[in-house]
Design a protein around this ligand. Structure first.
Ligand code: UDX
Length: 477
């Protein structure tokens, strides 16, 4: 049977983005690929991107869709994201099972699937795959440091370190080997703050920690040099790890220096955005001084109150630095009257700010005017910032982001973690620290990591070799 990979992303911007990049990479190396998106994600992608035209160039590629079990008008926002998992449990899981057993992906179909690459949180996929004897390689789209805390979660619970009911957040955490000297309760994934472990999100993560090590392998969007101290621990439970990150850099590198003969040529316009991208911000960035602008974005799901938005806004304006702020629809919880926005904020923003709903982030971070990234510490944003040599100010919100921001500040030393605070004075100080006071220190560390990341995707680099190994495994499975 010719190799045929079924890629099944979690329906969120970050995971969809990097899994589509993986899909395209596999295609150009001659593997047949089907991407299984939820109907909702597919409709949104088609509205804002040219993915259909882009992927239609690959003869060995197709999209398929599956219901997420929710009505079209459901917001699928961060605070209601568990409803997506519930919808998937009641509707997606049985539909997926049917597709794999008797339907379009089964062994009786004309192009049966030979390997499944689902998001790490889709435990149900392994159950079905074991039934039909198809190997699974999970793609953990969260950071390795957060994934490692997931794997340690049963022991943390057993030792009484989790849950801690949101209390004494500076107490050190002892049960995550490799992080004992710097990890505090506040740096554990957000759900550890709940007051008991009998909740849906903890159950999903505990299941993930049991299931992922049982799969044939696990793909991580990192490179060996970035996460060596954590990978050594992950490998004790998941021996077959493929570190093929930074996946966007690996992907982009295939446009320039191609070490292996390709069966097809990749396209350069690779946007996978779920919102319309505003590209006029690039012309605005062209008018700004080198390394002077704070890029502000809280990713695709994170939300903030009106009060928090104003604290950030004041802090940015008070810093005196230019800023480009992505205010995605739904970012701010609740309404506010535009007439209530202080005149000073409006005037100063007119002079030094640019606010928009969505931007081509990779291009923005690569622009020479960007000097700092005020981010929610989503894993894709973190890796993209590292690769463009941009230091970060981290304001994490959910799941893995709390861990990522601690690694940014205390392991890689490439930025400042302001988690659990939202105050204009702190924001102003963090901006000035990153852009002026501690600029050379952060720039040097992030440039070094960026160089190591670049080396990892070069021919014979660790990520290139892991991609080769992944392709070989898929071909042999
Ligand atoms: C989610 C989780 O919140 C995160 O913690 C986890 O690590 C991955 O999934 P998300 O909010 O989607 O993350 O953030 P992130 O992982 O940073 O991905 C956002 C993606 O959207 C990035 O690839 C970024 O380049 C892109 N983006 C963001 C844009 O293209 N334009 C924007 O304006 C903002």
């Amino acid at each position: 049977m010719p190799p045929h990979a079924l890629i099944f992303p979690l329906p969120m911007q970050g995971p969809v983005n990097c899994m589509l990049k993986l899909a395209e990479l596999l295609c150009i190396y001659g593997i047949s690929v089907t991407v299984l998106n939820t109907d909702h994600i597919q409709r949104t992608l088609l509205r804002h991107t040219n993915v259909l035209a882009r992927f239609s160039r690959y003869r060995n590629f197709r999209f398929r869709t599956i219901s997420d079990g929710l009505p079209d008008d459901h917001p699928r926002s961060s605070e209601r994201f568990l409803e997506v998992f519930e919808g998937m449990k009641t509707v997606t899981e049985p539909d997926f099972r049917e597709m794999m057993i008797s339907g379009c992906f089964g062994c009786g179909s004309d192009n049966p699937v030979t390997v499944i690459i689902p998001d790490g949180s889709f435990s149900f996929v392994l159950d079905v795959a074991e039934e039909v004897q198809i190997p699974v390689i999970y793609f953990e789209t969260v950071s390795p440091c957060a994934f490692w805390t997931y794997l340690c979660l049963p022991k943390l619970i057993g030792a009484g370190e989790v849950p801690f009911n949101g209390k004494d957040l500076d107490v050190p955490v002892k049960g995550v080997p490799g992080t004992e000297t710097f990890l505090r309760r506040r740096d554990l994934p957000s759900f550890c703050r709940l007051n008991n472990v009998a909740n849906s999100i903890t159950e999903i993560i505990l299941k993930e920690a049991r299931y992922v090590p049982r799969a044939h392998g696990v793909i991580l969007n990192t490179f060996q040099a970035l996460d060596a101290s954590i990978l050594v621990h992950i490998r004790t439970l998941c021996p077959n790890v493929y570190c093929i990150g930074p996946i966007h850099t690996l992907f982009n590198s295939r446009f320039t220096t191609e070490p292996k003969p390709l069966t097809q040529t990749p396209q350069s316009d690779a946007s996978n955005s779920l919102w319309e991208e505003n590209t006029t911000c690039l012309a605005w960035l062209d008018t700004q001084v080198t390394r002077s602008v704070v890029y502000v974005s809280f990713g695709s799901m994170a939300r903030m109150t009106v009060n928090e938005m104003f604290e950030f806004w004041h802090g940015l304006v008070n810093s005196g630095k230019p800023f480009l702020w992505v205010q995605r629809p739904g970012l701010v919880i609740g309404e506010y009257d535009v007439d209530q926005v202080p005149k000073r904020l409006v005037n100063e923003t007119g002079k030094r700010g640019f606010i928009t709903t969505w931007v081509p982030q990779e291009t923005v971070l690569a622009h020479s005017a960007i000097g700092a990234f005020l981010t929610h510490s989503g894993w894709n944003s973190t890796v993209e910032s590292i690769m463009e040599g941009v230091p970060m100010i981290c304001w994490p919100r959910n799941v893995d982001q709390q861990v990522n921001s601690r690694f940014v500040s205390d392991v890689w030393k490439i930025g400042i973690d302001i988690k659990d605070s939202c105050d204009r004075v702190i924001v102003e100080k963090a901006v000035k620290d990153v852009l002026d006071v501690r600029r050379s220190e952060f720039m040097e560390s992030v440039r070094m990591l960026s160089e190591l990341g670049g080396q990892s995707v070069a021919e014979d680099g660790s990520s290139s070799m892991d991609l080769d190994r992944l392709i070989e495994s898929i071909s042999l499975l």
